[in-house]
Design a binder for this molecule. Structure first.
Ligand SMILES: Cc1cc2nc3c(=O)[nH]c(=O)nc-3n(C[C@H](O)[C@H](O)[C@H](O)COP(=O)(O)O)c2cc1C
Length: 303
């Protein structure tokens, strides 16, 4: 039987398939259910210091190739979120807390509270494509700010710090900057865009916010190219994310250099079965191809 486990710094995952931030990641109970369904680790929805409402409906629109969302980062605030992290950690699952902030100080405070609540790693959200300025939105496009937030958070926490980036043309440049600033890992990609859909009956944009982040199969080639570029230009472990629906999708990201993969939109179509399906398809590929573990195929597309 091939070994499906992977190591991400302090975390030994029994499966390389991780719950991406924002989908089912709000309560401890849900996070436990996702881990029980086969996720090697789970990521919380992005957490801010204060309670936030997010945008008004409609905030999600499906189309043939994926999803558009402008949920707007709603959050119950750090106290409620820390309680949920404690509930999830009591079940002994591997948990990554997604950390947001309007400035460096908020990033540090939220990161410290999540670490105190028991998070195994922190994922700084630098890349929500539809959030208002300063709330995770523009950070990766402001290279100086990105550098200083990574450095400041690293000085104040001891668990590994992952930087969540969105796929962009100059992804290698920002990946090298966050690596030099002390990041331990990179997750890529966040939803891409923003994009837009128009209802031809009303002639109006479908989403309340008009624009939203694109996720699902539509972004897979874009996210894959970004992961390939990060792997070519840094030595950081990567959680490859974007349109992963099958074992084949996951294997493409691992061959491009990812150590683990994140799954988000697929859950909306396959429910928690998504984890079972992707795990068993990866396992079957390893068995059929005679590979003993995922290490043997990691990054083979880079050569
Ligand atoms: C409804 C929805 C909510 C999301 N919320 C967050 C979030 O709170 N924080 C974050 O870093 N990413 C968030 N994302 C981005 C996902 O974590 C993921 O990076 C992106 O959707 C690409 O992966 P996928 O195609 O598998 O969904 C969200 C995505 C969706 C679809």
């Amino acid at each position: 039987m091939p070994d499906m486990s992977v190591t991400l710094k302090n975390m030994r995952l029994k499966s390389p398939v991780i719950l991406a931030s924002g989908i089912l990641g709000v309560t401890g109970e849900l996070l436990i259910n996702v881990a029980n369904a086969g996720a090697g680790a789970v990521t919380t929805k992005t957490i801010f210091l204060e309670q936030r409402d997010g945008n008004t409906s409609p905030v999600v629109a499906e189309y043939e190739h994926g999803l558009l969302n402008c949920i707007g980062l709603p959050c119950p605030g750090i106290e409620e979120s820390a309680k949920e992290i404690r509930i999830a950690k009591a079940a002994n699952i591997l948990l990554i807390a997604s950390v947001g902030g309007k400035d460096t100080d908020e990033f540090i405070k939220v990161a410290q509270c999540c670490e105190d609540a028991g998070a195994d790693a922190l994922e700084l959200n630098f890349s929500c494509p539809h959030a208002e300025a300063g709330l995770g939105a523009n950070i990766q496009y402001n290279r100086e700010l990105a550098r200083s937030v990574v450095g400041a958070v690293k000085k104040n926490v001891s668990v590994p710090v992952i930087i969540k980036l969105t796929a962009e043309f100059k992804i290698a440049e920002i990946a090298k900057i966050v690596e030099a600033a002390g990041a331990d890992m990179i997750t890529c990609s966040n939803s891409v865009g923003p994009g837009m859909l128009i209802d031809v009956h009303t002639g109006r944009p479908v989403l309340s916010n008009k624009e939203g982040g694109v996720s699902g199969p539509a972004i897979k080639p874009i996210a894959l190219r970004a992961v390939y570029q990060i792997a070519k230009n840094t030595t950081l472990p990567i959680i490859g994310t974007g349109g992963i629906y099958s074992g084949k999708d996951a294997l493409e990201f691992i061959m491009a250099g990812a150590t683990a993969v994140g799954v988000g939109t697929s859950i909306m179509h396959h429910d928690l079965e998504a984890f079972k399906k992707i795990n068993s398809e990866i396992q079957k590929y390893l068995e059929d191809s005679g590979h003993k573990n995922l290490e043997e195929i990691r990054g083979i597309a880079l050569k």
